[in-house]
Design a protein around this ligand. Structure first.
Ligand SMILES: C[S@@+](CC[C@H](N)C(=O)[O-])C[C@H]1O[C@@H](n2cnc3c(N)ncnc32)[C@H](O)[C@@H]1O
Length: 345
């Protein structure tokens, strides 16, 4: 059944659905966007840090290798969540020549829901021994794990709320005669949700992702039980923003949630304050929390840029500067993107 029809059927049955359910169906059911499309890349809907420049993956690899060298030093699972086109892992594996022990100790697992992207990853990484899984599943639980993700948690569906004296939630209805979706609001009465919304009183708007919280909890429990570290990079915040961050993108252009149903990217900023609280509840160590700029600079991206530019012509030098700025400048990815490292070793 096509996604739009699926949404209309669901709304006809329930009267209205919340924004998270709308996103869940659009992206993750039947032939939904995240199950079938290949959205990443200059020619597709959006571009991510590993696709902008090899420098991102190389610097990330240096962080991983140093971390492993300092804290693990044994066989370990190297696990990526939502690897997209597989570029980040490819760059990590190439960079690992600087520490061959790291490479030979790693047992690789990729967790990917999208069958087309999984196929792409299998082609790109065909020389490497890798296990794939659609769910969060790591088969060797006797060794510690280094788990990581880039732009993974922003894909999780969010419910949307706003405050006008009282808190209201945005829902979606469908008008059969006009054949269109529209928003309706309902006052929030659920005590648990009202308690969570207290953290957003100043912002007066809130986005809450139950699925993201559930997935992150799963990772925390895994780290606590089987040991390891989780590094996650995403655009997000500590202090709730005063705007709703949900963003829909089709072919590099901003669109509306009700357009291109099942065919466009839908993301929302990650609430890192919530992730840090959850990690604390599981008694995990918070090893690092900073923005992408500080992370990349402190791990050597400026030196890498200089090395790549050496003896190159002006055009190549300019292109490298341009990519570097995209990754690092505060007005681009540098400040909005955050890096969180939690562990139990
Ligand atoms: C925005 S893309 C980022 C891809 C890649 N990490 C990068 O930086 O280029 C999100 C990736 O996560 C995958 N994904 C989204 N939700 C997922 C889930 N619940 N389980 C597994 N993979 C998921 C998507 O299919 C895609 O590969």
């Amino acid at each position: 059944m096509n996604i739009e029809k699926l949404l209309i059927d669901k709304i006809n049955k329930k009267g209205i659905i919340d924004v998270a359910e709308f996103i869940q169906i659009s992206q993750f059911e039947n032939d939904g966007y995240y199950l079938t499309n290949n959205p990443i890349g200059k020619k597709n809907d959006f571009i991510t840090a590993p696709e902008i420049s090899q420098m991102f993956g190389e610097i990330f690899a240096i962080f991983l290798i140093n971390y492993w060298d300092r804290k693990i030093k044994t066989k370990f699972n190297l696990v990526e969540l939502g690897p997209g086109r597989g570029t980040l892992l490819k760059d990590i594996l190439r960079t690992s020549y600087i520490n061959k022990q790291f490479l030979s100790a790693a047992r690789l697992t990729l967790i990917e829901k999208n069958k087309n992207l999984m196929k792409l990853q299998q082609d790109i990484l065909s020389n490497d021994k890798i296990e794939w899984s659609e769910e969060f599943l790591i088969s060797d639980k006797k060794i510690p794990s280094i788990i990581y993700s880039n732009e993974f948690f922003d894909c999780f569906p969010v419910r949307q709320f706003y405050k006008k004296e009282k808190w209201y939630e945005k829902f979606i209805k469908y008008d059969d005669s006009e054949q269109k979706f529209s928003f309706v609001s309902q006052k929030v009465n659920n005590h648990k949700i009202l308690k969570t919304l207290e953290n957003f009183n100043d912002a007066k708007v809130a986005e809450i992702s139950e699925q993201r919280k559930k997935y992150f909890n799963l990772i925390c429990k895994f780290l606590k039980k089987h040991k390891g570290v989780f590094i996650t990079i995403d655009y997000g915040y500590i202090n709730p923003p005063k705007y709703l961050s949900l963003q829909t993108i089709y072919n590099h252009k901003n669109t509306h949630l009700f357009e291109n149903i099942g065919c466009q990217d839908i993301t929302a900023h990650v609430n890192f304050e919530e992730l840090i609280c959850l990690a604390n509840e599981h008694n995990l160590n918070i090893d690092l929390f900073c923005n992408q700029k500080d992370f990349l600079i402190s791990n050597g991206i400026q030196e890498r840029l200089k090395a790549l530019q050496k003896n190159k012509n002006e055009q190549v030098i300019r292109n490298l500067d341009f990519d570097y700025k995209r990754l690092v400048d505060n007005s681009q990815m540098g400040e909005t993107f955050k890096v969180l490292v939690i562990s139990c070793l």
